[in-house]
Design a protein around this ligand. Structure first.
Ligand code: ZN
Ligand code: ZN
Length: 351
């Protein structure tokens, strides 16, 4: 088994060769077909999150150990199954749900294992898909993606699921009110496609990058506003000529979360997803006086991933721009992502 591993934070990933593992118990071994490169891989690679005020949170303190094979947006073909694995056969092509928990606690049992306090996320706490093989602990985390192309299915495990779970938090508002999407990177573009599939009212996109604004308009945004403009708030409000009820922030910097709270009308709802980092100062009386909801959203549940695949399986056309690169381009791709040179998603495929 050949894997690209992080051996030291921010250093180039190293190609490591190990014996291909044999599944035991309920484990399932898949040959990787496609593995998406996600913005959070950058955080895992650098080993830190910026929590504002010059402080950082270290992933090592949260139990992330090196060396680590990253890659949590994986599609593969089953090549071996453990003696206790049921409902899966050799040759099956499956999308892997990576946000697995202990499987036994109350949170896991009610289907929210992404919130388990003993996470075993694939590509974070367990070896991921920047490799030719990936092992999953249980067939329950395998999702049939039907006829979707593998390179479009792979990003659904994180960028798609993250966008879907965040948007679902607005409930029925989506049918009648436009959503403001802050950040038109991979997840923002995915959100636009999902809104289309959900028959929602649509979205106004805010991004500082002209190329990303253009991509958002091509993906069906009602308008695309430059977040650096002096009157960005006014420009967004003038598009709808009405109150803003729902903002989803896929950047998550101090500046964008402030923009989000400024945009919201009384009773409005801000969902923060991005992990760019920073901090905000918010006068506490605003929270009750504006009846404001500020909610965080982290990935999504396994049932939500199944719903999302069902929703998109029948959607005509590509739902996000994807570029397939050979796996040995992984280091160049990390650099491109870091420098903001990627529109949509890069998906790596073993050579
Ligand atoms: Zn659990
Ligand atoms: Zn991700």
């Amino acid at each position: 088994m050949k894997s690209y591993q992080v051996c030291a934070c921010s250093a180039p990933l190293e190609l490591c060769e190990q014996p291909t593992p044999t599944p035991t118990g309920t484990e399932v071994l898949l040959k990787v077909i496609a593995a998406g490169l996600c913005h959070s891989d950058l955080h895992f690679w650098e080993g830190t999150y910026d929590i504002g005020g010059g402080k950082v949170m270290r992933l090592a303190d949260r139990g992330v150990k090196l060396p680590l094979t990253l890659g949590h947006e994986n599609v593969g073909r089953v090549v071996a199954v453990g003696p206790d694995a049921t409902g899966v056969a050799i040759g099956d092509k499956r999308l892997i749900y990576p946000w697995i928990g202990c499987g036994a606690c109350a949170v896991c049992r009610r289907g929210d294992e992404q919130l388990c306090l003993k996470p075993q996320y694939i590509g974070v706490f367990r070896p991921g898909g920047f490799s030719d093989h990936v092992m999953v602990p249980d067939p329950r985390c395998l999702v049939d993606y039907g006829n979707l192309p593998a390179e479009l299915a792979a990003p659904l495990a994180c960028s798609g699921l993250t966008a879907y779970s965040a948007l679902k938090k607005f409930g029925d508002l989506l049918k009648t009110e436009p959503v403001v999407i802050v950040g038109a990177g991979g997840v923002g573009l995915m959100a636009l496609a999902i809104l289309r599939a959900m028959d929602a009212r649509g979205a106004i996109v805010v991004d500082t990058d002209p190329g990303k604004r253009e991509a958002a308009l091509r993906a069906g945004a009602l308008a695309a506003i430059d977040g650096l403009a002096d009157d960005a708030t006014g420009q967004v409000q003038s598009v709808v000529n009405d109150r803003i009820w729902a903002v989803v922030d896929f950047v998550g910097s101090g500046t964008t979360v402030k923009l989000g709270t400024d945009l919201l009308t009384k009773g409005g709802h801000l969902v923060v997803v991005g992990l760019f980092g920073g901090e905000i100062t918010l006068p506490t009386p605003y929270i009750p006086m504006r009846a404001m909801t500020i909610q965080g959203s982290y990935t999504g549940s396994l049932p939500e991933l199944r719903e999302l695949v069902t929703l998109l399986r029948t959607m005509p056309g590509d739902f996000m721009p994807v570029e397939v690169r050979p796996l040995d381009c992984v280091n160049a791709s990390f650099n491109d992502l870091k420098e903001g040179r990627i529109i949509g998603r890069v998906v790596l495929a073993p050579n």
